[in-house]
Structures are given as structure tokens and as C-alpha cells.
Design a protein. Structure first.
Lengths: 146, 508
């Protein structure tokens, strides 16, 4: 099956599931608007499925998807969000910047590179600190240190 | 017009001028950075405006909006990657000019033409917005419900390659807007997780939908080679280029008029404006074959058009809550956060804030040109900002921006979840703009739907209330026309692609 037809089918299934979740709402007026939207979504999904089943579009060749890089970034962001609450905004931002620019950059560790890498992250965190803490005086996620 | 002149000095207060200058420089930088769209830049800055007076906050957002559109031309000209979709037409002749050693001249053409087009669009906006806002007084719940749907249909048709996917995105946005407790009836809906109890606020949604997919895309392209040109700044060409630019009356006029017309059409945006203006100038040219090889008229037409679009794209936004471009949709979010609701009330009860904002947009055009010309000599250094560092910085700013709304990490989780979903959606052809508009207009649509339903049930009945009356019929016809036109364009594109495939097969 072609990819867009599959997208239509997935959206249709999602519409059915969402419609079913509205069943428990006892106040009919609260469900009226979302129910109408879901019915329209279902109809549009069915049309998308039929459109691409009957008139499949030729797809241009795509370069291979960089799963490792994008997946790696996703994992680093998830870890960042988890540690942000424990370590606080500034320390976690420092570590996140290091992780993204160094680990994702696949750089080799030598003293000069490491110093440059640490310096870059420290400057970035310093700018954030001055901007948010000193100039704007706004609240950021608090943790162990700041 | 009198009110505009009355409140114009408000835009010149030291704090507003400082914000305007910083916003313009920042916007030019963000616009010039490949991979960062103007929409994302404005979305990231919305939380910074919480701590400002409403007028000052809007001055910042307006300055960034104006300058990112023009700044996007820098990367289009220097490395053949448009900084924003609005700059696609600019690279057709801008990059060939740069390859011929005329990069600085092309950049000067770009900023001077942007100023001319931008000021033209602003004049139209200043004259037409207040009287059009009065029309909104005629609108009742049924008309407002249809207006919300109209906004989604136009955005759906023009920002996505597929009308059906665009409409599905808009409907998905409307559904996101109803997550949490119903404001009118206090009943929970779609609260599958604890973090969804309070619903999805506009800022986390804006940041998630625009910034997170961009971060992942930066990671995808982080190690790709760019088609960079050598850049050698030349001295003493500014005034010569200025005079040469102003002599290109035909390209400037066509660009400014086309940009203004396209700007008023909701959802069309700078990309359409730039390409149509470019095409028209080429058709009217005595030497159409020189276009695409480094003809300055191509740059002039495209840039005057995409900046002329900025002011008029705010006309439907400020009068009817229907944004003229994806970035204007984010600006709508900024207005609502400061308690400003589009319509006549904006020009009566909040005249000071509104006219200060409009005046600052005029000043932003001048600042954009001035700082753009200054930056032109050093713009090639902006291209050297590495994608990885940019991705890390955008993520950290997105986390701060989302957290700052309610000092809640739950919002950050929602932002990241929505953004990841949008990234996957983009991979299968969905666009963020209709989803965002659905979220923003969802509350307006539901409130008016329920109010209309109540009135209809006690009066003329549901069908008669929503589907009769001249205003209802006009808006429904506009919805149908926007979907119809987009469907027609999609069918034509499909037929064209099929014919090309057939010709290729016959050739081989």
C-alpha cells in the first residue's frame, strides 16, 4: 500500500478511537464540538485513503534517513528534560550543550578540542545566566545548584 | 489615520526603540541563519514578551517578523538556501549574482527593495485596517464560527502540498484546543495523561510545533555541504546601487502591488507573493531569458513583494482573527496572550497598544533596511554558525520559553511531545501552520459553535441559523472557494507530474 494511503488509514483509525473516548462524557454539550470535529476528521481521512489508493503519486528518491543522529538527539533531549528538574536549568543546559555539540558531532577527544568544547558550552550557559537571571530576573527550573 | 499619527510618538520611546533595534538585528541574524524560519523565531520570542508592556512586546514581535523575512534573503543569496519560504524567488537570481562576484550588490538590492515594498504594504495596512475592523461588528456567533473555519481552510490549502492533509492538520489543531476541562461546562475531555489536565496552552504548542521539528531537521542536515560563494566586500557601491535600485520602477511597482494583494489573502504568505511577482516581472521584461542567470530585477521583484506582504498580512488578522501568513498566525497567539482580541475593540479599547504596534512596524521597515545594509558586509560570517550549536541553543530556548508560561515542567513535556509528533507528521506531508491555527482558533470556534447552538435551538433551528443569512453564506462560499482553489492546484500539479513521468518514460 502506498504511504499516503496508509497515513489516511492511520488517521481514520485514530478518529474512531478518539470518537469512542468521548462516549463517557455525560454532558452532551461538552462533547458536541469535539464529536463534530472527529466526524469531519474521519471523513477527511477516508478521502485521503481513497485519493491515494486510486491516484497514487510518484515519490522522488529520498536520501537515507539519518536514524542514528536523529534518534540520538531525541534520546539526549529526553535525558535533558529528565535531569533538568534534578540539576536545574543552567547546569543541565551546560551538559546538554556539551552532549549535542560533542557527542552528536562525533568529534575525537584531544586536549585542545576538549578545552574549546568546554569553553563553548560555558560561554553559552553564561549568556543564558546573564540574560535570564541578571537582566530579565525570571524564574527557570530549579535544581541542585541554580 | 489620525489615530496612527497621534500614537506614532509612542513607538519612539527609548524602551520601544531599544526593543525595535534589538529585534531587528536579532531578526536579521535569525532570518539569515539557514534552518531557522521566521515563524519559529517569532514563536520562540513570544515568552520573552510576557515580562514587557503589551505594546513593547508587540514591537519586539513585529520587528522580528519584518526583519526575518528580509534576513532570509542573505542565505538565499550567499549559499542558495532560502532562510524562509518567502525567499525562494530571491535565490533564483540572487545566488547567480553572488556567483558572479556581486553578492554585496545583490544584498543591497534586497534590503532597499524590501524597504520600498514594506513601506508600500504598511501604507495600505494603515489606511484599510480600521474601517475593515468595523465590519466585524456585524458578526454574530455563527459568522465567527465560520470565520474560524475559514482561517483553517485557507491555511490548510496553501501551506501544505495536500489539501486533505492540511484540513486534517487544522482539525487536529481544533481537537488539541479542546483538551482539558471545557471552559463553559467544566467537563474533562481527552485528559489521557496528568500533564494534559490543564489543556494545551498556546505558547507550548507554538514552540513545540515550530521549534522542535526544526531542531531535528538541523540534525539531519548538520553535515551537509553548502553551495557557498566567496564573498569580498566592496567599498563605495552603496549609493550607486541605491540609485540603480530606485530606477527599477517596474520591478519595484509590480513587486509591491503583488505582495500587497497576496498579503491580504489569508494564508497565502510571502512565498506565493515572491514567486508571483518574480513571474510577472519576467513576463513584462524585454529580456525574459536573462532571469535565472543573475538579473537584479528578479531580486528586486521578489524582495519588494515578500516584504510588501508583511503589513497587509496583518489586515485580516487584526480585523477578523484570520492570519495572512503562518508567522502572522503566531503573532495572533502573541496578541491573545496579552489579552488583545482582534476586531473593532482592538482599535477602540486598545487603540494605544494597537497603533503603537502598527507605527513600530513602519519603523521596523526602515530599521530593517538600515541594519540590513550595515550587516551585508559581514553577513557571510552568519552562515558559519554550525547547525549542531544552533540545534542545542534552540532546544534550550524552547525549554525556557515553555517553562516560563506557568513555571511548569509539564508544559515542557507537552511542548516536546507535540513537537516530536509534528516532526513525524512533517515526514508524511503534514504542515505545522494549520495545526497551530486550529489550536489558536479552536476556542473561538467552540465558544461560538455552542453559543450559536443555544440560540438556534431556541429560535430558528440549527440549519437555518448556521447556513442562512448573507454573511454566513459569503463566508461559507469563501471557505468552499479556498478549498476548491487548493484542490484545483493540487490536481493540476498531479497532472503535470504525471505528464513529466510519462515523458521521461517515453524518452528512455
Amino acid at each position: 500500500m502506498n504511504r499516503d494511503a496508509l497515513v489516511g488509514l492511520v488517521c481514520l483509525a485514530a478518529s474512531v478511537v478518539l470518537y469512542a473516548t468521548l462516549g463517557h462524557i455525560e454532558e452532551p454539550r461538552a462533547a458536541a464540538f469535539p464529536r463534530t470535529i472527529i466526524v469531519i476528521m474521519g471523513a477527511l481521512s477516508a478521502l485521503l485513503f481513497l485519493q491515494h489508493l486510486i491516484f497514487p503519486k510518484p515519490r522522488p528518491q529520498q536520501p537515507p534517513f539519518p536514524w542514528l543522529r536523529v534518534g540520538g538527539l531525541f534520546a539526549i533531549i529526553v535525558i535533558y528534560l529528565v535531569v533538568c528538574e534534578e540539576l536545574g536549568f543552567y547546569l543541565s543546559a551546560f551538559l546538554f550543550f556539551l552532549a549535542v555539540t560533542y557527542i552528536m558531532g562525533w568529534r575525537r577527544l584531544n586536549p585542545k578540542q576538549a578545552a574549546k568544547w568546554l569553553m563553548g558550552s560555558a560561554i553559552f550557559t553564561g549568556i543564558l545566566y546573564v540574560l535570564f537571571k541578571v537582566i530579565l530576573e525570571v524564574q527557570t527550573p530549579r535544581g541542585l545548584l541554580l | 489615520m489620525l489615530e496612527f499619527l497621534q500614537y506614532f510618538p509612542n513607538a519612539l520611546t527609548p524602551i520601544n526603540l531599544l526593543v525595535l533595534v534589538l529585534g531587528t538585528i536579532g531578526g536579521l541574524f535569525l532570518g539569515a541563519t539557514p534552518g531557522l524560519s521566521p515563524t519559529m523565531a517569532v514563536a520562540l520570542l513570544v515568552p520573552f514578551t510576557f515580562h514587557m508592556e503589551p505594546a513593547t512586546g508587540l514591537v519586539l514581535l513585529g520587528a522580528v517578523y519584518t526583519s526575518t523575512v528580509a534576513g532570509g534573503a542573505i542565505s538565499a543569496i550567499l549559499i542558495n538556501i532560502p532562510g524562509a519560504p518567502a525567499n525562494i524567488a530571491t535565490l533564483l537570481d540572487g545566488h547567480p549574482m553572488a556567483k558572479q562576484g556581486q553578492a554585496q550588490k545583490a544584498l543591497y538590492f534586497c534590503f532597499i527593495s524590501s524597504l520600498v515594498g514594506g513601506l508600500f504594504g504598511m501604507v495600505i495596512m494603515v489606511f484599510f485596517t480600521p474601517p475593515l475592523a468595523e465590519i466585524a461588528l456585524e458578526f454574530g456567533p455563527s459568522e465567527m464560527f465560520w470565520v474560524a473555519l475559514f482561517g483553517i481552510t485557507v491555511m490548510a490549502g496553501l501551506t501544505s502540498g495536500s489539501v486533505l492533509k492540511g484540513l486534517l492538520g487544522g482539525m487536529f489543531g481544533l481537537l488539541i484546543s479542546v483538551i482539558g476541562y471545557s471552559p463553559m461546562l467544566g467537563v474533562p475531555r481527552f485528559v489521557f495523561l496528568d500533564v494534559l489536565t490543564g489543556g494545551v496552552a498556546i505558547v507550548p504548542a507554538l514552540i513545540g510545533l515550530f521549534a522542535v521539528p526544526q531542531v531535528f531537521s538541523l540534525m539531519e542536515t548538520a553535515f551537509q555541504q553548502r553551495d557557498e560563494v566567496s564573498f569580498k566586500p566592496q567599498k563605495g557601491i552603496l549609493w550607486r546601487t541605491f540609485a540603480e535600485n530606485l530606477k527599477k520602477v517596474k520591478a519595484l511597482s509590480i513587486g509591491s502591488v503583488v505582495g500587497t494583494i497576496i498579503g491580504v489573502i489569508p494564508g497565502a504568505g510571502g512565498q506565493v507573493a515572491g514567486l508571483i511577482a518574480y513571474d510577472q516581472v519576467r513576463k513584462f521584461s524585454r529580456d525574459p531569458h536573462s532571469f535565472g542567470t543573475g538579473n537584479p530585477e528578479g531580486v528586486v521583484a521578489a524582495e519588494s513583494a515578500n516584504n510588501a506582504m508583511v503589513g497587509p498580512s496583518l489586515i485580516p488578522l487584526l480585523t477578523l482573527s484570520v492570519p495572512g501568513s503562518p508567522t502572522a498566525a503566531v503573532l495572533l497567539g502573541g496578541l491573545l496572550i496579552h489579552g488583545l482580541f482582534p476586531g473593532p475593540d482592538l482599535f477602540r479599547s486598545h487603540a494605544e497598544v494597537t497603533y503603537t504596534f502598527i507605527a513600530s512596524l513602519v519603523l521596523a521597515q526602515v530599521a530593517m533596511c538600515g541594519f540590513g545594509l550595515l550587516m551585508s558586509r559581514y553577513s557571510h560570517t552568519v552562515m558559519k554558525v554550525p547547525d549542531l550549536e544552533m540545534a542545542a541553543a534552540v532546544t534550550v530556548l524552547a525549554v525556557y520559553g515553555t517553562f516560563s508560561v506557568q513555571n511548569s515542567l509539564d508544559d515542557v513535556v507537552v511542548m516536546f511531545g507535540l513537537g516530536t509528533l509534528m516532526y513525524l507528521g512533517r515526514k508524511v506531508g503534514f504542515s505545522a501552520a494549520p495545526v497551530v491555527l486550529g489550536i489558536i482558533l479552536g476556542t473561538i470556534a467552540e465558544d461560538n459553535f455552542l453559543k450559536g447552538k443555544l440560540i438556534a435551538e431556541t429560535d430558528v433551528g440549527l440549519f437555518k441559523y448556521f447556513f442562512t443569512g448573507h454573511l454566513n453564506l459569503i463566508i461559507i462560499a469563501l471557505c468552499a472557494a479556498s478549498v476548491g482553489y487548493s484542490t484545483y492546484s493540487e490536481v493540476r500539479q498531479y497532472q503535470k507530474a504525471k505528464a513529466q513521468t510519462r515523458a521521461k518514460e517515453a524518452g528512455s
